[in-house]
Design a protein around this ligand. Structure first.
Ligand SMILES: Nc1ncnc2c1ncn2[C@@H]1O[C@H](COP(=O)(O)OP(=O)(O)OP(=O)(O)O)[C@@H](O)[C@H]1O
Length: 256
């Protein structure tokens, strides 16, 4: 689907009292792209994600998902349409295993809510034959989580928790994945590994838009970087171009 636009924002504005967190943000992301969002602290990145993912309503402007206007739709509606957000602090069921966390994130199960997946013992006895199980196994392999599939979430490392959070998003059949600092709290080597997994998911067709402070990791993996400063898009382009842009350096230094 080359050239299809996955996500577009048009002139988004969002104020908090006197602070213009978003001051006219227009961006466009093609289907299948892997894009990074950077900018100094307080430049509006998380607010942009919150508006795109339906947590905040913009004061002005619109959000489009695959050409459809979705401004102000609540997160669960956007989730149904394929837009999924991972969180800085993964939202996991700590006493459940990785498999169970993924199973409860599945959607479109006929005649059952997510928790019913756990309650039907008979189904679990033949679980390897069910399509739900196939999906869980597939997602675990794609995210290199098969080894810890039967560990409780509370026993996972920081990086594995992030991956499990992402795996839950994929159980919802995400088309566009928003990630806010996936490597926060993750050891440097594992941060590279995590981005390698993201790169693989992207090659398989997932559109990924990621906020990341570790530029040395981000720049190795994404195709394009959007830079925000004071609630606006300062510049955008391939990582090597953005890295050399003196305005980007100025924005970071100015915020120190
Ligand atoms: N819920 C809120 N209430 C009041 N002010 C807010 C709120 N959310 C964000 N802001 C303010 O809006 C501005 C943009 O914040 P935002 O968190 O979007 O920036 P950011 O680029 O994600 O920063 P960081 O890199 O530190 O996470 C900041 O001045 C912040 O203090």
């Amino acid at each position: 689907m080359a050239g299809v636009e996955a996500l577009r924002t048009v002139d988004l504005h969002k104020r908090f009292g006197g602070i213009r967190a978003l001051d006219g943000v227009s961006i466009s992301i093609r289907d299948g792209e892997f894009v990074g969002l950077i900018g100094p602290n307080g430049s509006g990145k998380t607010t942009l994600f919150n508006v795109i993912s339906g947590i905040y309503r913009p004061d002005k402007g619109d959000v489009y998902l695959y050409g459809e206007k979705v401004t102000g739709l609540p997160p669960h509606e956007l989730y149904r349409l394929g837009l999924v957000r991972g969180f800085q602090v993964p939202r996991l069921w700590h006493r459940m295993t990785v498999v169970e966390n993924d199973a409860t994130a599945a959607r479109d199960r006929k005649g059952s809510g997510p928790l019913a997946a756990l309650l039907r013992r008979s189904e679990w006895l033949s679980w390897e034959r069910s399509s739900l199980a196939k999906r869980v196994v597939d997602v675990l392999h794609r995210l290199s989580l098969a080894r810890v599939a039967l560990n409780r979430a509370s026993e996972l490392s920081g990086g594995q928790m992030k991956l499990t959070d992402i795996s839950r998003a994929l159980m919802g059949e995400a088309r566009v994945l928003l990630l806010d600092e996936p490597t926060a709290g993750v050891a440097p080597r594992l941060a590279q590994d995590l981005f390698k997994v993201l790169e693989r998911l992207n090659r398989e067709g997932l559109t990924i838009f990621v906020i990341e402070h570790r530029l040395e990791v981000l720049f190795n993996h994404v195709e394009r970087v959007i830079v925000m400063h004071e609630g606006r898009v300062l510049t955008e382009g391939p990582p090597e171009k953005v890295a050399e842009d003196p305005r980007v350096l100025d924005a970071y230094l100015g915020s120190v």
